[in-house]
Design a protein around this ligand. Structure first.
Ligand code: SF4
Ligand code: SF4
Length: 662
């Protein structure tokens, strides 16, 4: 019989206010095998850990149960403390009496009853625990960053500067991301391209960084320290090693009707194109859907024009397989579709634009060379209305429930830039609240109101109507004055909600990383591990984790890089020993387990088995312990009950259920 110690934590008043901790300790003491039980204010504190270690040594404990917060919070802490006192760390069990008990119950009597049951279940389980030993696997000293926006570039630069190889995979033909489309950045109003392009150049020139642009991650296998990734390098129809980036081909291309993505469709581009002047790599890509040669077999003007023979119409996609120790998701954001926001006339009036379109209109390298004109007739507007929170902070199914976080500040920026360059334009902003919680952010917003005379109105816009004279009529409410307003205007700018890039969900599935209900990647812990995903070896950088501005993105990119460096610095990693194991005599080799294993940890082997005195060769499931993450999916999929998880065996789970039902 095990000699078990039970330690009940108060967690200050977090647990003790709803659970009678001394009653839990007293009830635990009555359980078979329990030789010590006590409660303490903070078990995770130094004094609490010392109490545990002393009891292990003095009472000769062979297993312990900590009744405390979630194992996600402090399991590692308690395992380390136990190990330091000579107890195998896998002889430690946590009964979660905080998140699963005190935080969700108000009635102390009921809370205490439930806490006692959870403690009893953990005691029953620890009776059946066996000491486990972690194995070791080597670490591949290279990182993969998925996404080549500012988040991905900064993460890659920081990792590379520490001396590790990094690959950046970017799905579009150039790195730079959304930041490359911006004109100026808040709250300093410095030129976005001026601060971004040197970083793009640094990334391209860094000897430790390899860029895969116009490429996508197609398959991810493996586990922390040892990922194997297939990258699809899409055919640009250009021989990169030959192309000099002269751009002559793009001037000759007769196919000129495709919306220019970089300018948000405000002008057109050719079928062979370089996204923008500072694109990296600065070579063209042929858009095969728009190319006359690919559609009809004719044209080929670019090929005839290219002096170095760099056009290759027969180029095929290439699959490149690379190994990595760590992966960083930096897939960024996109703005939501405005299809379901017809009240603002976005799809009908060219003079209703998004904020990102305004960025391009205001940019000297944009479709109007920085001239602010109405897209409908190229005349200067006299009045402009900005509508905040379009699709953000809503309750209906067409809206996002969250705040997109950047819109208040970029609208203040736009308003200031317009009033600065065109003082004759009247600028009105309709808002729900103005949110400016950042360094110098509130001062920036106040400058827009006080120094630039921007007319901020607290209120909602009901609808925008097109009028016969081409102007727009905005119907809105002014909540502070309790008035209904009808405002004539020339242009309307929508601060459209942001959402994760559409590639994020597929990537999360490949990485077995979790996402929230809005498809943002979730962190391992929102406060203590904000740049790690719950999947070991997968890290998060930038807006793929949640809305954020550029300074926050860069800070998070640095933090993700620091975590990756910490991992790549190690030569070996300890494996989780709580892995699946197939019982030879029960396994029928049906393959059900390998079909459900998200990590590809199960293979099959022909093996000789002695079953009831009969020796025969059978097809058996074999678990690769280095790859298995102990998720347990296979144990429930196995129809013959052959798969079991060390540390979470069927016997242990049933013992817990029995203890609760007793
Ligand atoms: S493909 Fe040829 S023509 Fe086009 S940019 Fe490259 S070198 Fe110049
Ligand atoms: S527990 Fe089973 S399904 Fe889960 S990773 Fe291990 S082998 Fe795969």
């Amino acid at each position: 019989m095990q000699k078990i110690g039970v330690f009940v934590c108060w967690c200050g008043s977090n647990i003790a206010a709803t659970v009678d901790v001394s009653q839990v300790a007293a009830a635990a003491k009555e359980e078979p095998g329990v030789v010590f039980a006590s409660d303490y204010a903070y078990m995770c504190s130094e004094a609490g850990q010392l109490m545990i270690q002393n009891a292990i040594r003095e009472k000769g404990l062979t297993g312990i149960v900590i009744c405390s917060c979630s194992p996600r919070m402090h399991e590692a802490t308690f395992r380390k403390a136990a190990q330091a006192a000579g107890l195998n760390p896998y002889m430690v069990e946590i009964a979660n009496i905080r998140e699963q008990c005190s935080w969700i119950h108000k009635n102390k009597e009921e809370g205490t009853k439930k806490a006692i049951l959870l403690a009893k279940a953990a005691i029953a389980k620890v009776h059946l625990n066996e000491p486990l030993t972690a194995g070791e696997t080597p670490v591949t000293k290279r990182a993969l960053v998925i996404g080549g926006g500012i988040a991905g570039i900064q993460t890659a630069l920081d990792i590379a500067d520490a001396g590790f190889e990094v690959d950046i995979v970017e799905k579009s033909p150039t790195i730079g991301g959304k930041m490359a489309q911006l004109d100026k950045t808040f709250p300093t109003l410095d030129c976005s391209a001026c601060i971004l392009t040197p970083k793009m150049v640094d990334a391209a020139a860094h000897e430790k960084i390899r860029l895969f642009t116009y490429s996508e991650v197609e398959k991810v296998k493996g586990f922390v320290g040892n990922f194997t990734v297939d990258i699809r390098k899409k055919a640009r129809s250009i021989l990169e090693e030959k192309c000099t980036g002269c751009g002559v081909c793009t001037t000759k291309c007769p196919s000129r009707k495709t919306g220019n993505e970089f300018n948000e469709g405000l002008d057109n581009r050719t079928a062979i194109y370089i996204p923008f002047a500072q694109a990296i790599p600065n070579i063209p890509t042929i858009d095969r859907e728009a190319c006359i040669h690919f559609k009809t077999g004719k044209c080929g003007l670019c090929q005839k024009t290219c002096g170095v023979g760099a056009i290759d119409f027969d180029q095929q996609d290439e699959i490149i397989t690379r190994n990595y120790g760590a992966i960083v998701a930096a897939t960024g954001f996109q703005t939501i579709s405005l299809e379901r926001f017809d009240e603002f006339q976005y799809s009908k009036s060219p003079d209703v634009i998004t904020s990102l379109e305004l960025e391009r209109l205001m940019n000297a390298a944009g479709p109007t060379k920085g001239e602010l004109v109405k897209p409908s007739n190229r005349e200067h507007p006299k009045d402009m209305v900005f509508i905040q929170c379009v699709g953000s902070r809503g309750e209906s199914c067409r809206e996002k429930s969250y705040c997109s976080k950047i819109c208040c500040m970029y609208t203040a920026k736009h308003a200031m830039m317009i009033r600065d360059k065109y003082p004759d334009i009247n600028v009105h902003v309709f808002y729900i609240d103005v949110r400016t919680p950042g360094k110098n952010f509130d001062e920036f917003y106040r400058r827009a109101v006080e120094d630039y005379g921007v007319d901020y109105r607290k209120g909602m816009v009901g609808k925008v109507m097109e009028q016969k004279d081409g102007r727009l009529l905005v119907q809105a409410s002014d909540l502070l004055n309790g008035q209904q307003l009808l405002l004539q205007t020339d242009m309307v700018v929508l601060a459209t909600a942001i959402e994760p890039d559409k590639s994020a969900r597929n990537l999360a599935t490949m990485l077995t990383a979790s996402m929230d209900t809005n498809d943002f990647f979730t962190e391992a812990h929102p406060k203590l591990r904000p740049v790690e995903s719950p999947t070991a070896g997968v890290f998060l950088s930038g807006t793929c984790q949640g809305p954020k501005d550029i300074p926050e993105t860069v800070a998070q990119a640095g933090a993700a890089a620091a975590k990756v460096i910490g991992l790549l610095c190690r030569d070996k990693l300890l494996n989780n020993p709580q892995v699946a194991q197939a019982k030879e005599r029960l396994c029928s080799g049906c393959s059900n387990c390998s079909k459900v294993c998200p990590y590809g940890a199960i293979d099959y082997e022909e093996r000789e088995v002695l079953d009831h005195g009969v020796r025969e060769t059978r097809r058996l499931a074999m678990v690769n312990e280095a790859v298995c993450q102990g998720c347990g999916a296979c144990t429930v999929a196995c129809p013959s009950g052959a798969m079991d998880l060390k540390g979470f065996t069927v016997k242990q789970i049933m013992a817990e259920v029995d203890a609760i039902c007793r």
